[in-house]
Ligand binder design. Sequence first.
Ligand SMILES: [Fe+2]
Length: 347
Amino acid sequence: MPVSDYQLVSAWQEVLRLSKLEAGQTVTILTSTATHPQNLRCAAIAVQSLGAVMNRLDLPPVNAEKALSRDPLAYLGTTPLTGNKAAIACLKESDLVLDLMTLLFSPEQIDILKSGTKILLAVEPPEVLVRTVPTEADRKRVKTAAARIEAAKEMTVVSDAGTDLRCPIGEFPATAEYAFVDEAGRWDHWPSGFAFTFPNEGQATGRIVIDKGDILLPQKSYTTDQIILTVENGYATKIEGGVDAELLREYMASFNDPEGYAISHIGWGLQPRCYWSTLGLYDKEQTIGMDARAYEGNFLFSLGPNNEGGGSRTTACHIDIPLRNCTVSLDGEEVVRNGKVLDGGVK
Ligand SMILES: [Fe+2]
């Protein structure tokens, strides 16, 4: 459904309020060729309505000659900030950056955050943003989950489909994504609503069965058959199955990088206003699939880098895979049972 500017401005105002934006602070809106015009228009109005100083920084896209699709999360290479001192200085001098471009994880972004600047990524279409306006309750719930991860030494995941994964954890911190930036130096993504960490380097083992109907991102497709990953010493060493497995194997092989097969972030979705089924309603060009990443009760794991969590692995290949109907446990205690979160819901 179309969204009125009034609705989207109100949504932005609420996200900025939750992000503690104050009159007189400086907000830079980062844009590029694929920025949604209504998102930009309404963000600009909301920022000004709260009395902040607003800049717009428009940067050209990069990586086109290497990326295999238009999805901004599909290829983690250089960013438009690489070697761009003037742009980095502008962002460091801002209190808040609204990233309508998709900056992605990069040394430049980490550097900007260290300066205290907050960054909020928001690139989904207007109706998704309006539906998924975050709340204080979301924040509490996701932070509670992250604290449980932080206290645990092992995350295990099983499913009737055959997943049986063991991930020693603790080497990397837990991250809570709740779609607003209420602390200096914080990065977040609207929409979101999930908690995760990374397995200890080289220690994830077992088997992951991507079941029929599960989602691959950036493929933005529902699998039509099982894909079975064998996980040894932190890496997916075999990808077996039918055509879906072949498609995944060829896509990953095109990066020609063994680090792309590492088990990356592991966690679960906690956002009741996101849905497994939403991806089926969109053309692939219209969304980056945040509903799939955040829907309540998924087990979201990924393949690829761990530099986002403080690790040393960088790779251009990054696949996010939310699984349904999994049971996730921390040190043997179930936190998600058959795709249902066991925390009593949002309070
Ligand atoms: Fe990811």
